[in-house]
Design a binder for this molecule. Sequence first.
Ligand code: PAF
Length: 282
Amino acid sequence: MKSVATIQEVREQVKAWKKEGLSVGFVPTMGYLHEGHQSLIAKAVSENDRVVVSIFVNPMQFGPQEDLATYPRDLAHDTELCEKTGAALIFHPTPEEMYLPDFCSFVDMNGLTKGLCGKTRPIHFRGVCTVVSKLFNIVTPDHAYFGEKDAQQLAVIKQMVSDLNMPLEIIGCPIIREADGLAKSSRNTYLSREERTAALVLSRSLQAAKARCEAGERKVSEIKSVIEEILTVEPLAKIDYVEVVDSKTLEAVTVIEKSVLVAIAVYIGKTRLIDNFTYHMK
Ligand code: PAF
């Protein structure tokens, strides 16, 4: 496995692979890799001849009050995980490599980016769309892999690829959880022991909501109440949002008639965690 920090080195490597007729899979990440990322890399390895993993904590997608400075980083650990999972190339650029001093072009989106996480993170998706477009242009993959834990991000990226005729396929991969149900996230590392226990309230509330959907409940207000009642019992939890939206358009619904995304964002102490499930109408 190769590890490079410049755009030119990535381009040269990918060009050589393409000359040989090899397919390229791509897993964009911000590093501090865990089993969730590993499952994306493993899927990419199983479906492509060569796999590129990018590790870049993208300053553009963090708001001024967010955790850019403290976001966890461990390139040695990430390199080991990529190597043992079968990636062929790690791309770990500096912010200066990605954003030249005169940088002034952005990829932005209406609609899908305005609700859910977009409400409290107004500049987030512009940063994500811009950096992911740049990474797609640098890596030129055939397939790119994103986790379903960031369900809104996945929907946004699929829309961007369709709107801008980007020549690749986006593949969503299931949420990977700890044995006790907590969705894997690099931000779990911020949690104290007490907060780690409290964080289980996210998956517990979603499980209860899912059970109500499966038992035939169709009123969104009821589903949201189930979640909110469980979350509010936990003193360390503060709700950012509890939403039930159409799984494609991400627009709020009042009655479950089609596939819906049930998505939550909750502060546990100072750490903002997200989780979700998609309920498919039978
Ligand atoms: O999901 C992430 O880790 C980031 O938002 C991404 C897609 C790597 C863009 O910086």
